[in-house]
Design a protein around this ligand. Structure first.
Ligand SMILES: [Zn+2]
Length: 323
């Protein structure tokens, strides 16, 4: 699954819609303002006439002399327009196209590359594909319940109860969310099946999506399957799903260890972990593998990157899904 044609078309259609909307908003503003301040309309007409004239002159011989004279006149008119807008309490860019993304001016491309807003839209589309939108309605911090975690039995390794582990996990999760704007961070959530790792990662995803960051969630099994299919039947054109995996603001790789582990998976996991660190993007990995089995299944270099750059969260307890 790279960005399929139909998804690509949907995104480009959205840019089209945004541009039409901007044009419409601008036309309405102009109509209103020109009625209120007729001088603005005159200025606009003068600018248009001067610009046309300038092009005509540029094509003729006396370029140097004409260019500077026109520039000066245009600058005068622009200044006058700015003053008029300011006097009446309008923002200085009120008569410019109101783009949703000033970087790519709602074209989706910036210097031949896909703009960040394009990446975000593509990530949203993938989210929809995985039904993350619906999941997050049910799995978020408002629904997170500490009552699922026992405060009776203590873990023999840590000497702490499941509840204490859960409290620590939620505290670290909120720290992650609070600092998301400032610095890239990574979490490694581990523990047995059913102790709430996926639920917690969904809670985090929900908050990060609220901040309008591109967030991709993949069950590990699905992601490596997709990457394998894509590698073996290389689709033409863009960098495929990996492009989004490496570039999204937050990647959640859920249930690592449930996929069929082999050399391909191991190398792809290293690429993802390493490359996202270099690109300063945040990643959350969850797994029910123990810390001892991890380096045996994947590579030691992947594990050492994780040890050095991830915060570890250990959830313990009974299978919540059965409670
Ligand atoms: Zn953009």
């Amino acid at each position: 699954m790279s960005l399929e044609n139909i998804q690509y078309d949907a995104i480009m259609h959205e840019y089209n819609r945004r541009q039409l909307r901007s044009r419409h908003v601008l036309e309405e503003r102009k109509k209103k303002l020109y009625r209120q301040i007729p001088r603005l309309k005159e200025i606009q007409d003068d600018i248009a006439a001067l610009s046309a004239n300038r092009v005509r002159r540029l094509l003729s011989e006396d370029r140097a002399e004409s260019a500077s004279a026109y520039e000066a006149k245009l600058a005068d008119l622009a200044r006058e327009r700015l003053c008029l807008l300011k006097e009446r309490g309008f923002p200085p860019d009120y008569l410019e196209m109101p783009f949703e993304c000033p970087i790519c001016r709602d074209t989706g491309y910036d210097g031949g590359q896909k703009c960040v807003c394009f990446q975000k839209m593509a990530a949203d589309l993938f989210c929809q594909q995985y039904g993350l939108g619906q999941i997050l309605e049910k799995e978020n911090f408002e629904r997170f319940s500490f009552s699922c975690y026992s405060d009776k039995i203590k873990d023999s390794d840590t000497g702490k109860t499941p509840l204490e582990h859960a409290r620590f996990a939620v505290e670290k999760a909120w720290e992650f969310i609070r600092h998301f704007d400032e610095t890239p961070q990574n979490l490694f959530i581990y523990g047995d099946t059913g102790v709430g790792k996926t639920f917690l990662s969904h809670c985090i995803a929900c908050e990060i999506l609220k901040k309008a960051y591109s967030t991709l969630y993949f069950p590990s099994y699905d992601l490596f399957n997709l990457l394998a299919k894509e590698t073996f039947a290389r689709e033409s054109g863009d960098g495929g799903i990996m492009e989004y995996v490496l570039n999204c603001d937050l990647l959640i790789l859920d249930d690592l260890g449930t996929e069929l582990t082999n050399a391909f998976v191991s190398s792809q996991l290293f690429l993802i972990v390493n490359e996202r660190m270099l690109r300063e993007k945040s990643t959350i990995v969850s797994t029910n593998l123990s810390l001892e089995t991890f380096p045996g299944l994947y590579s030691t270099r992947t594990f050492s990157r994780i040890i050095q750059n991830y915060k570890f969260i250990n959830l313990i307890g009974e299978d919540i899904r059965l409670l």
